[in-house]
Design a protein around this ligand. Structure first.
Ligand SMILES: NC(=O)c1ccc[n+]([C@@H]2O[C@H](COP(=O)([O-])OP(=O)(O)OC[C@H]3O[C@@H](n4cnc5c(N)ncnc54)[C@H](OP(=O)(O)O)[C@@H]3O)[C@@H](O)[C@H]2O)c1
Length: 252
């Protein structure tokens, strides 16, 4: 009865803690606000911008939500996992939104590039999933949402983003493995299409406009709304969900 009242009030995550890595801006920032509006207590991790961290926490508090946050420079994966776990030893909802990206032809990619982009786009979300899964499974409730890349819902080739895209494609394996390892915990991957964020320069905005099918560039709010529907629904598990107007980019 209480659960259905919360559902109708859209406060389905009341009493749940949500940890959002990359939760101070872009898609993660929008999703942090949406989760708080659904009743979750937010712990958000940002990179270097205290202004963005404070602004996100303030807008959550202004709309009646609860949030705390930290800035962490995530570059060394082992240190990143240790720091995140010491700041937030337990969470009911884990969102891995931060995902660094670069364009380089495959032949120019160095060992360090492979380590950096696979480390932060696959090993970090994978290790955090492992670290939080045990407690989620014990309480028979948990939600994990990982962010893939554009066109990474299936295996395909890329001309300039191979380490990033390979890591993002592999997140599907992480999600499907959670299904086999924990009852009551869902893990899904959202693969956004071209999405405008506050981090983009004019050139990137123009690229999105020219390459989005029908000029349909996504907003961070559209991605956050889609993510919330996935998180709400316990029947959606081990899924890889593109939200991209059916884009097939051949240039990346
Ligand atoms: N935007 C797109 O078109 C698009 C398309 C497909 C997939 N995706 C995926 O969707 C997810 C979200 O992407 P996004 O474009 O919103 O932006 P993003 O740059 O991946 O995430 C922004 C968030 O990460 C934080 N951050 C940046 N550098 C950091 C660092 N070195 N250490 C710790 N935190 C750091 C930012 O904090 P500060 O503000 O403090 O730096 C902010 O909170 C990513 O996984 C991305 O790969 C995005």
């Amino acid at each position: 009865m209480f659960d259905s009242i919360l559902y109708f009030m859209n406060m389905v995550f009341t009493g749940k803690r949500a940890l959002v890595i990359g939760g101070t801006g872009g898609i993660g920032g929008a999703l942090s606000l949406s989760l708080a509006n659904c009743g979750a207590e937010l712990v958000i991790i940002g990179g270097s911008s205290k202004t963005r961290l404070d602004a996100t926490i303030n807008s959550i508090k202004k709309s009646g939500g609860t949030a705390s946050g930290h800035l962490l420079k995530l570059d060394n994966v082992e240190n990143a996992v240790t720091s995140i776990l010491s700041l937030c030893p337990q969470t009911d909802i884990l969102i891995c939104a931060f995902g660094p990206f670069c364009r380089k032809p495959l032949a120019d990619i160095t060992v360090q590039d492979w380590q950096h982009f696979v480390g932060l786009n696959l090993i970090l979300p994978g290790a955090l999933t492992s670290a939080y899964l045990g407690k989620m499974a014990k309480q028979h409730w948990g939600r994990i949402l990982l962010f893939g890349g554009t066109n990474t819902a299936n295996i395909r080739g890329f001309t300039t983003t191979t380490p990033y895209s390979a890591a993002k494609t592999a997140l599907g394996t992480v999600a499907k493995s959670v299904v086999k390892n924990a009852d009551g915990v869902t893990c899904n991957v959202v693969c956004p299409g071209l999405t405008n964020t506050e981090y983009m320069n004019e050139e990137a905005i123009q690229y999105n406009k020219e390459n989005a099918p029908g000029g349909n560039v996504l907003s961070v709010k559209e991605i956050a709304d889609f993510a919330i529907e996935i998180l709400k629904n316990p029947a959606l598990n081990g899924g890889i969900f593109p939200i991209d107007y059916g884009i097939e980019i051949n240039k990346v």
